[in-house]
Design a protein around this ligand. Structure first.
Ligand code: NAD
Length: 453
């Protein structure tokens, strides 16, 4: 099918490249010229495992092209995906100006045959109707010349760091529209994915397709992210209780996660959730509820717990080092999770700001982030990071950090203290390597045993 994807960020570029890979003819549009030129040369402007490879093979087959020309994109696509950013405004509302600009552009250039306009961006509930009106305004007196269009909400659930895998192996697809014709075109588009032709495990049953009205599809996206964020805040709250009563959250999480009603995913306690989706999507849902006179207290509590959690590493550093002024703290990782270069709303940013406010010096090592305007020293290796540090904080659970030679790092440090902000290290191994190990909700068993004895 002829597809146009407008906005080539984490969602748009992965969607465009994967649809081209499965055989559709895709033209991706972005309004940043330098980005488009880079993609035209077969390189992805973002770090996402496997993306360069599928881009290059789809481009070689002539299935994937890039342009800054929205008019060309609208003319090319029978299906037009809107995949631009919807960041949070300071009020917590979603900033929909980029979606609005694209919808206006589509309205201006719409011509020829019937088109399906797909909201792939995470947009406030009700945006499907709003986009339709904007496009109609743009079409204005040309309405008789066009063959019509419908709007579909097709929220995206991919995870940064495994976005290509997730696109080929989705848990479900959600299609929201009241137009059977538009839904039928979307089903045709996704048929190879539904039949798992490009999935890792092709023997599984077909991918469930949830067909809904527009606002239910929009709500599904916000509800899914709000649930996951709340689940993490829940386990973090239990971890904070574990810290006080002497229980171990990793054992507690295992014990509750085996209950199939609960499930073991998203039960890893740590220094809080972040990234470009959870914070903005939870606050957008809270905001929508407020607009309708309903106070979403559970979601507000999930945000409040997370806000505290982001500073938990500081409290633990203070308990261990007492004074942070003048001390050097090394951060292992900066992004909110491994395998991504996305720093938006990463908990590390709040941590850095607070450490600097308290007078600490901050260094960091990240396997991908090598240049950032962060007022900290970025080092080139964990060894360089550890040199003369008073403590390390493991911020991101990169596999490479789990496999480090911690005994070697301990020798380089002024005080071998580590706050394991993701509970991904083995406390006994770290102690054997000479570290004072502090986890999240994993109280120091040696001290506890002494007290019990
Ligand atoms: P992003 O910021 O990485 O990419 C947005 C892209 O749109 C940029 O390349 C930008 O240059 C381009 N753009 C902006 N205005 C444009 C215009 N007028 N014309 C053409 N291009 C334009 O955003 P993202 O992370 O890919 O997120 C996109 C949407 O998908 C958001 O609504 C987000 O909430 C949602 N989403 C993101 C993820 C994720 O993991 N990042 C997952 C699911 C859903």
């Amino acid at each position: 099918m002829q597809v146009c994807v407008i906005g080539t960020g984490y969602v748009g570029l992965v969607t465009g490249a994967c649809l081209a890979h499965i055989g559709h003819r895709v033209l991706c549009v972005d309004n940043i010229k330098a980005k488009v030129e880079l993609m035209q040369s077969g390189k992805s402007p973002i770090y996402e495992p496997g993306l360069d490879e599928i881009m290059q093979s789809a481009m070689a087959r002539g299935n994937l092209e890039f342009t800054t020309d929205l008019a060309a994109g609208v003319a090319h696509g029978d299906i037009l995906f809107i995949a631009v950013g919807t960041p949070a405004l300071p009020t917590g509302e979603s900033d929909t100006r980029y979606v609005e600009a694209v919808a206006r552009g589509i309205g201006t250039y719409l011509n020829g045959g019937y088109k399906v306009i797909v909201n792939k961006s995470t947009v406030p509930i009700g945006s499907g109707d709003w986009v339709r009106r904007i496009v109609l305004d743009g079409v204005a007196e040309r309405e008789a010349e066009i063959a019509g269009f419908d709007v579909v909400s097709n929220p995206e659930f991919l995870r940064e760091g495994s976005a290509v895998y997730d696109t080929f192996n989705p848990d479900r697809l959600v299609l929201g529209s009241n137009s059977p014709r538009a839904i039928a075109m979307m089903q045709e588009l996704y048929q190879p994915l539904v039949e798992r032709k490009f999935a890792q495990d092709k023997s599984l049953t077909p991918v469930p397709v949830v067909i809904t009205d527009l606002s239910s599809a929009e709500t599904i996206k916000y509800a899914a992210n709000s649930f996951l964020a709340t689940k993490i805040s829940f386990i973090n709250e239990v971890a904070n209780i574990c810290d006080r009563v002497g229980a171990d959250i990793t054992q507690v999480a295992q014990g509750i996660g085996l209950d199939t009603r609960i499930g073991s995913k998203f039960l890893q306690a740590g220094i809080g959730w972040g990234g470009s989706c959870f914070p903005k999507d939870v606050s957008a849902l809270i905001h929508t509820a407020d607009d309708y006179g309903y106070s979403a207290d559970l979601l507000k509590a999930a945000v409040a717990v997370n806000q505290q959690q982001k500073y938990l590493a500081i409290a633990k550093l203070q308990q261990t080092l007492k004074i942070l002024k003048g001390k050097t703290i090394g951060l292992l990782g900066l992004t909110f999770k491994p395998n991504t270069d996305d720093l938006r709303d990463a908990p590390a940013l709040d941590l850095i700001k607070e450490l600097l406010r308290l007078g600490a010096k901050v260094k960091a090592y990240d396997p991908i982030i090598t240049k950032e305007n962060l007022e900290i020293t970025l080092t080139h290796s964990p060894k360089e990071l550890a040199a003369d540090c008073d403590a390390l904080v493991l911020v991101t659970d990169w596999q490479e950090f789990i496999e480090l030679d911690y005994a070697e790092l301990a020798h380089k440090m002024r005080y071998p203290v580590i706050i394991d902000g993701r509970n991904c290290l083995n406390p006994q191994s770290l102690a054997a390597a000479g570290f004072t190990y502090v986890g999240i909700g994993r109280p120091n068993k040696t001290v506890q045993q002494l007290v019990t004895a």
